[in-house]
Design a protein around this ligand. Structure first.
Ligand SMILES: Nc1ncnc2c1ncn2[C@@H]1O[C@H](COP(=O)(O)OP(=O)(O)OP(=O)(O)O)[C@@H](O)[C@H]1O
Ligand SMILES: [Cu+]
Length: 850
């Protein structure tokens, strides 16, 4: 059978595929772990705030205050709605991200190769499978080049199984498991080789669908932050519970009136409960993942958002991350040392002496190349050898793939006319090709010298060789063939223009960059220099073999460039760095990179050239493979964390005056300042809305000029809590002062309450303004626009105007109409808070930023 070139297969056309997707459904499995409305409802009902609101409503009902009772029940309804809307929004954002992180499939439709989402694969689609791919759907193989699949997800069997091409004797219906089946199954993994198949079953009709397994799940919880937040909520709730109980008992005993006592207790409980924390955290994480996705980086694990800000080392590979991965042949050098700078006269036909090596380079590549190096060979042959491509008489009979211990690709071809000899073409690392050709020491040193010269310009150098042997005598390893050396090819791959600036940013942000590449040492150094990395010294994988872990840890403190490394060595590097106390981000793309991506604190996979396995093991996926995007993500991670701290500090501060006023009233026997309605209004509308302003806040001026945050830093540091207490206490003193003094000069209670409430709301807005930036002054912060904040301030002003001017609302809040001078008084009180805190801020800002 002649090798079916994939371009000869037309595949489905788009209309057909759409039609099948409509009638048979998308290629996806019912998702487990999806929360049902009942789960969500139970969660919502467990919110203590809801219980408090309902209890308050019940007390009012017993007291016969129907209106108050209704209002609290309405607030309870709002609490439920806010939670549900929030859940739905978070779920939607996560859903969108899940779609993007779901595996992609390479299919042929209407004769062209296309990358589509895995869920859009339809029955009848022709799929292309390569090493590291997750098989998107069950398929019958039409072509298999040494295809090995890991079907452990379906069979539990961890040994990969061999796949063969289907012929007429195979009937459908074979089950997974065992060697030499012509089928591949959804959810299994291509461990090596490549192939082409026709989809026979998708979604729930696939084998995995029948077992009812589910695949990828996006982890949604940021464990450390969530744990810290939960702890704080618990502590506050416990404290609130104790204080409220005490208040109820004391009030009941001393003043009688148990219902009033309950109401007072509920007020205190509500005012001390920081129920906004988890809500705000959820919003920040979902919005954070969205913001990071705008920088073309997908978040697979929400933990990455918090870890990004403390990353101290970034290990990056070279090809495609630092460079563009667009290769072109720059230099050809024959065995005799004749060199041609291929880019000088790009369209002139090649001189005869260079043709053979290009031809064998081409034969050592895939007929339809995906690898940029192989594309470069094809391009050169097309442009300068009059389109010499593989003649139809050639037939590929055997491929020896790239292996970590043998960095070369060998293709063996037979002529269709039945000649008993076959022709092997090899290309690969020059050392390896020299070894395959069994070059003598003198020639080896000559080749080495030539490679060094080419590599010093940052070129990737490949050796090319040929061999011919009887068809029957093909050995297991290409080492057993006697190759003839043809020459060296230097491939240029420019450094991405964004890289040097991104490297500089990392430097000022205290993040070290290590380059860990599979390429030749001299090439690694040249590219490292072009990228602006430290490149005094380079260590190779071979060097690492003779060093123990402790030695490696020491070496890593000074060496930043690693060449000819193998994936296991990447893992050792990650582990040694972690043992040295670093927070490690590591990029990777291959199947073998998965362990090091998992081991790193932040595994970063490539969306473009990466394999599904690498993506599944990582917590971030770069959509455009660009190093610059990693730095953007780090920057965003730091900003998100800063803003989260600001929001948390703000909420903490706001609770101080609210709870304080409720307590003061009890202690000093003042008239009722705030009822549960005021508190519900403040805590359920004003606060959460205000915290959103922080999410949209622009980054601190020094985000990328300070050192990474220590990984065990607490979100609620003592400095932050102290600052919040200070702010809250100041507002408490001012508002309580206003309330008491207006009462003293004989102002009616309802008017004094309105003044106090208004001054509290103005103070809350002041707190937002103060906390927008840890470091910048109010005026500087004003210059960086935050449209969200402007809207929020307008909304708060509108709400306050309405509640003071519409009689029915005023009655509800027990506000008397305010004269202008009293409005001014309230606003001025809030502004005093603003000015005083602005003056105090410099004292704390140093501590807050560290
Ligand atoms: N398709 C190929 N044909 C021949 N040789 C190859 C091929 N791909 C890689 N090599 C050889 O193997 C070496 C290591 O390749 P490997 O893929 O490990 O590096 P890499 O991952 O591309 O580099 P980096 O770590 O910079 O991304 C290359 O320098 C090259 O000599
Ligand atoms: Cu609260």
């Amino acid at each position: 059978m002649a090798r079916a070139l994939s371009s000869e297969l037309p595949g489905l056309d788009d209309a057909e595929a759409d039609e099948r997707l409509r009638s048979e459904g998308f290629n996806e499995l019912p998702r487990s772990g999806h929360r049902t409305p009942l789960d969500i409802a139970i969660d919502v009902l467990r919110e203590p705030m809801l219980t408090l609101l309902l209890a308050g409503g019940a007390v009012y009902l017993v007291l016969g205050d129907l209106k108050e009772a209704l209002i609290l029940i309405v607030f309870a309804g709002m609490s439920v709605t806010i939670t549900l809307v929030q859940e739905a929004r978070t779920e939607r954002v996560l859903e969108a991200l899940r779609d993007l992180t779901s595996p992609r499939a390479l299919v042929i439709r209407e004769g062209v190769k296309k990358r589509i989402a895995g869920r859009e694969v339809a029955r009848g689609d022709i799929i292309l499978l390569g090493e590291g791919d997750r098989v998107p759907a069950d398929a019958r193989l039409l072509e298999s080049r040494n295809l090995l699949a890991d079907e452990s997800l379906l069979t539990g069997e961890s040994m990969p199984v061999r796949k063969i091409v289907a012929d007429a004797t195979h009937t459908a219906g074979a089950r997974p498991g065992g060697d030499d089946l012509p089928y591949v199954y959804a959810g299994s993994l291509v461990v090596s080789g490549s192939g082409l198949g026709e989809v026979i079953a998708t979604g729930p009709r696939s084998e995995i669908g029948r077992i009812g397994q589910s695949l990828h799940q996006l982890e949604t919880e940021p464990p450390r932050l969530l744990a810290q937040t939960r702890r704080l909520v618990w502590l506050s709730a416990a404290a609130g519970g104790i204080v409220s109980t005490l208040a109820v008992v004391l009030y009941g005993l001393l003043r009688g009136g148990w219902l009033d006592a309950f109401l007072a207790g509920i007020t205190i409980g509500m005012s001390m409960l920081p129920e906004e924390f988890p809500l705000v955290l959820a919003v920040f994480m979902a919005m954070g993942a969205w913001r990071i996705s705008q920088a073309r980086v997908l978040t697979r694990r929400a933990t990455a958002i918090e870890t990004l800000g403390s990353a101290t080392v970034l290990c990056t590979d070279k090809t495609g991350t630092l460079t563009e991965n667009r290769m072109s042949v720059a230099v050809l050098r024959t065995r005799r040392g004749r060199a041609l700078h291929a880019r000088e006269k790009p369209h002139e036909p090649l001189a005869d002496e260079f043709r053979e090596m290009v031809k064998y380079g081409l034969l050592a590549s895939e007929p339809e190349p995906f690898d940029p190096m192989e594309k470069a060979f094809h391009n050169l042959a097309r442009d300068r050898m009059a389109g010499a491509s593989l003649s139809p008489h050639w037939k590929l009979v055997r491929t020896y793939g790239l292996r970590p211990e043998l960095l070369a690709v060998t293709n063996v071809w037979a002529l269709a006319d039945g000649n008993s000899n076959v022709f092997g073409a090899a290309k690969g690392a020059p050392e390896t090709i020299a070894e395959l050709c069994r070059l003598g020491p003198k020639e080896v040193s000559g080749v080495k010298e030539a490679v060094e010269t080419m590599a010093a310009d940052g070129l990737r150098v490949l050796g090319v060789a040929k061999v011919s042997c009887p068809k029957a005598a093909l050995p297991e390893s290409p080492r057993d063939l006697s190759f003839e050396f043809l020459g060296l090819v230097g491939l240029a791959d420019p450094v991405r223009p964004s890289v040097p600036a991104a490297v500089r940013q990392c430097r000022s942000a205290g993040i070290r960059i290590l380059m860990v590449t599979g390429d030749y040492p001299a090439t690694a150094i040249a590219i490292a220099r072009q990228a602006g990395l430290d490149a005094e010294e380079v260590l190779t994988g071979r060097d690492l073999e003779s060093i123990d872990d402790a030695g490696l840890m020491r070496l890593l403190r000074n060496t930043s460039t690693f060449a000819r490394t193998m994936p296991e060595q990447k893992l050792r590097i990650v582990q040694a760095l972690k043992a040295d106390g670093h927070i490690v981000a590591m990029t990777g793309d291959g199947v073998n990179d998965a362990p090091s991506l998992k081991a790193a604190n932040i595994g970063i996979a490539m969306g473009g050239r990466g394999t599904d396995v690498a993506r599944e093991a990582s917590s971030l996926v770069l959509l455009d493979d660009d190093f610059g995007s990693i730095v953007k993500a780090v920057r965003l991670g730091r900003r998100i964390y800063d803003n989260l701290r600001k929001a948390m500090g703000f909420i903490f501060a706001v609770h101080v005056p609210i709870a304080g006023l409720a307590l003061l009233r009890l202690i000093f026997g003042l008239p009722i300042i705030f009822t549960p309605i005021h508190i519900a209004f403040l805590e359920m509308i004003i606060d959460p809305v205000c915290s959103l302003a922080f999410e949209a806040e622009t980054e601190e001026k020094d985000v990328m000029d300070r050192h990474p945050r220590p990984p065990n830093d607490r979100l609620f540091s003592p400095a932050l809590i102290g600052w919040s207490l200070l702010q809250g206490t100041l507002v408490l003193v001012l508002v309580a002062g206003i309330f008491v003094s207006t009462l003293q000069i004989g102002m009616p209670e309802d008017e004094a309450r309105a003044v106090a409430f208004l001054s509290l709301v103005v103070s809350i807005v002041s707190l937002i303004l103060i906390n927008r930036s840890f470091s910048a002054s109010l005026i500087t912060a004003f210059r960086s626009p935050n449209p969200m904040l402007a809207w929020i301030v307008l909304a708060v002003a509108a709400i306050m105007t309405l509640s003071l001017s519409i009689p029915s609302l005023s009655a509800l809040f027990r506000f008397a109409p305010l004269q202008w001078d009293n409005v001014t008084l309230a606003v001025v009180t809030g502004l005093i808070a603003l000015v005083m805190l602005e003056l105090l801020k410099p004292v704390w800002s140093e501590r807050l930023r560290s």
